[in-house]
Design a protein around this ligand. Structure first.
Ligand code: NAP
Length: 313
């Protein structure tokens, strides 16, 4: 039975690392499997201002994650870098099959996260973190008194655009149709907001800038007309936020576990419909996807694993 872990955690973002810390600290034999670098979405986030206690000057996503990783190691969580190809989650012993090996566990925590759907314009990758953002809660501050554009027309885009009006001088929603998808109640508030403007039937084709984003080409999908949007000369940059949905990393679990629109359904204790299998962080059906909520999920899931194992024995 030595090669069977108490807990296998799939994913090394804040949810997975918090789960690793709590499981390791509870003396559970713990393995974290991560395919790439730790951190998930925050590994590419320059500044983290909204994690409680995080007021360290110059703290970045990677430095916060490095400390979380170190803390996991300190409490004995083992690590493997592998890409899991298939999972067998039913039964008392769960099996994860990776490119490098097979991993057996009494419990599994799925913390594979989600990522924002890219805007899909030319040069997008060059300007993520340099004008392009997918998180208003994280980055609105940096656009205090600047001009900001938001792509999307759903609840997220409109609510986040309204949030951004508290910081930015002017916010323009760029939507591919001529009516919003967002709930009517949200739309009503948006249309009354004097700082909020709309570019209908429009998509962003291309973004450009020197170091920071300062130009974009927007195409009217009905007329084909191209408009070049340039940053105010004094500003030198503008913000572009994408809210056109998230893509959950849940393909591996399709048909195996209960999901809603690709997100894993859990109860308040992170339990999925399969005994001994938990989900934590952005991969769950939930209302707020942030580092603090991911870490909290991970802690709860790990404590539930301990309880489940104790009840099994
Ligand atoms: P969503 O409802 O799927 O809306 C995505 C928006 O992005 C749509 O307006 C869509 O345009 C647009 N879009 C999609 N792909 C695009 C592309 N390639 N290029 C340009 N635009 C594109 O996503 P969401 O707003 O993130 O919301 C996700 C779920 O969470 C929804 O069920 C929503 O109700 C819920 N939510 C609820 C609240 C709340 O109740 N307060 C807040 C946030 C989210 P089309 O309209 O043309 O399809």
């Amino acid at each position: 039975m030595n090669n069977i872990y108490d807990v296998i955690i799939l994913g090394g973002g804040p949810a997975g690392l918090a789960a690793g810390l709590y499981a390791g600290r509870s003396c559970l034999k713990t393995l974290i499997v991560e395919k790439g670098q730790d951190g998930g979405q925050i590994a590419i986030t320059d500044e983290i201002e909204n994690y409680p206690g995080q007021i360290v000057e110059g703290e970045s996503g990677p430095s916060l994650i490095a400390r979380m990783t170190e803390q996991c190691k300190k409490f004995g969580a083992e690590r493997v870098s592998d890409m899991i190809k298939s999972v067998e989650l039913e039964g008392e012993v769960k099996k994860l099959v990776g490119a490098k090996g097979e991993y057996l566990g009494k419990t599994v925590i799925l913390a594979t996260g989600a990522f924002p759907r890219p805007i899909g314009c030319k040069n997008e990758g060059k300007f993520v973190g340099k004008g392009i953002s997918f998180c208003a809660t994280c980055d609105a501050n940096f656009f205090e008194d600047f001009e900001v554009f938001v792509v999307g027309g759903g609840d997220s885009a409109v609510e986040e655009a309204m949030y951004l009006t508290k910081f930015a001088r002017k916010v323009t929603i760029i939507h591919r149709r001529d009516e919003l998808r967002a709930a009517k109640s949200i739309q009503e508030k948006a249309f009354k907001n004097p700082k909020l403007f709309f570019m209908w039937d429009s998509v962003v084709e291309e973004v450009n800038g020197d170091e920071l984003l300062n130009t974009m080409i927007v195409r009217n999908v009905k007329t084909g007309e191209l408009t070049t949007v340039e940053a105010d000369e004094e500003d030198g940059l503008f913000g572009l936020f994408g809210f056109i949905g998230m893509i959950p990393n849940s393909g591996l679990f399709e048909g195996i576990i209960d999901m809603e629109r690709g997100y894993i359904k859990t109860d308040d204790n992170m339990r999925t419909n399969i005994p001994g299998v938990y989900a934590a962080g952005d991969i769950r059906v939930k209302s707020l996807r942030q580092v603090v909520t991911a870490a909290a999920d991970g802690a709860i899931a790990a404590m539930q694993c301990e309880k489940y194992i104790a009840e099994m024995e």
